[in-house]
Design a protein around this ligand. Structure first.
Ligand code: ATP
Ligand code: MG
Length: 379
């Protein structure tokens, strides 16, 4: 029996499970608690944090997994050491994962590769911030190099004083900081590719991701009104990154489109929110493909199954009803995914996918069902 071990018990690990079941693969997941999103979905679970060596040993124990992979990038080096000791391959590997975990390492590496990205610099002091702002229009995007998600760890700054608390935290041993030019982009795009150790790579269609309050609200696949050259450019950027840093598994490259040009925002080396549409919308979902890729099995077809697929996230609200909303889900074509997570305002607790012919119609339907799931359609 083929067995894949995963560190992290959130919705990404949860959504790997049905793909694993269909493929005849056993999924063993290291979950943070018995109430983690992946707890009920995974075939085998071990409760513990990635920093807990005993828990990681249980994750690697007999019957030994064929490969160890991740649903997030915050993996301590002890996990890689233990996996090496137990001779379980880690995919993506330690070196590759660094570029998804640390935004400074990522920007440096992309710079060496000559890829387009916003102007940036690492900052340690108010003077560093001042120096950057003085040549970049007095506004910048301050970022924590590690540990951010859903826009936490990203802040617009117009003066060095607005960076004070994070600078002090960094000086006290907290996450290092970088500042970037605030890009006046036309829209945000994302490209996903999967790469297996033997080198085969497949790319999905380029998608548009719509952010609200720093969080992904909607993904439209493929991105409307794309020129073939932009798809080709995005694909070539993602393929170069995947090959150069030796990515195994799924890679997402978040991009800014600026007047027909692309700039790289950031990387993720795991299934990603920008690829949830592929569960229904593509011949091969990102979850199935991630398993195929880390197992070094032949990759599946990434073609879209409909002219348009839209994924709308369900973000927690004050009256979020989730499961009890089911009787009100009346659009028979809307596919609802709930993550089994506790509701907090703004937290991603599920998503809705709709496929169809016309972007506006499909977007409207996805948003409507997401609103029904969020608060029974009362808002
Ligand atoms: N240089 C920039 N210029 C303009 N907007 C930016 C810039 N960097 C980030 N943003 C905005 O902030 C959002 C979050 O930034 P980023 O992707 O770096 O953070 P994150 O919290 O790690 O990501 P995620 O939300 O994907 O987990 C971006 O999707 C974009 O909307
Ligand atoms: Mg991002």
């Amino acid at each position: 029996m083929t067995r894949v071990a995963v560190v992290g018990g959130g919705q990404l690990a949860r959504m790997l499970a049905p793909a694993a079941t269909a493929m005849g693969v056993t999924l063993r997941v290291l979950i943070e608690s018995g109430r983690a999103s992946a707890a009920l979905a995974a075939h085998e679970t071990v409760v513990g944090l990635p920093g807990d060596a005993d828990a990681v040993r249980q994750l690697l124990a007999d019957p030994r997994p064929d490969v160890l992979t991740w649903e997030h990038e915050h993996i301590p080096s002890t996990v890689f050491d233990l996996a090496a000791e137990w001779r379980v391959p880690t995919r993506p590997g330690r070196e590759a994962l660094l570029f998804a975990r640390d935004k400074i390492a990522m920007r440096e590496r992309l710079g060496h590769m000559g890829l387009p990205m916003p102007a940036w610099r690492a900052v340690e002091t108010e003077d560093d911030v001042e120096a950057f702002l003085s040549v970049h229009g007095s506004v910048g995007v301050l970022k924590r190099a590690r540990g951010g998600y859903d826009g936490k760890g990203v802040r617009i700054v117009r003066s060095p004083a607005q960076a004070d608390d994070w600078l002090s935290a960094a000086a006290a041993g907290g996450p290092a900081l970088l500042i970037e030019d605030r890009v006046a982009y036309t829209r945000e795009l994302a490209i996903q590719v999967a790469r297996r150790p033997s080198g085969e790579i497949r790319a999905w269609p380029l998608v548009e991701s719509v952010q609200r309050d720093g969080v992904c609200a909607e993904v439209i696949a493929p991105a409307p009104g794309l020129s073939p050259t932009v798809q080709a450019e995005a694909e070539s950027i993602a393929r170069r990154i995947a090959d150069t840093v030796d990515v195994t598994g799924v890679l997402a490259v978040e991009l800014f489109e600026v007047g027909g040009r692309l700039l790289v925002n950031e990387l993720a080396m795991r299934p990603h929110n920008c690829g949830h549409w592929s569960i229904e919308g593509s011949v091969t979902s990102q979850f199935e493909q991630h398993l195929r890729a880390v197992l070094d099995w032949p990759l599946g077809d990434t073609a879209a199954l409909a002219p348009v697929t839209v994924m709308a996230n369900v973000l927690g609200g004050s009256r979020t009803v989730l499961e009890s909303a089911w009787p009100h889900v009346i659009d028979p074509g809307a596919k609802v995914h709930l993550y089994g997570k506790g509701v907090r305002p703004g937290r991603k607790v599920g998503h809705v996918t709709v496929m169809g012919q016309q972007v506006d119609d499909v977007r409207g339907r996805a948003a409507q069902t997401a609103a029904v799931v969020r608060d029974g359609g009362q808002s």
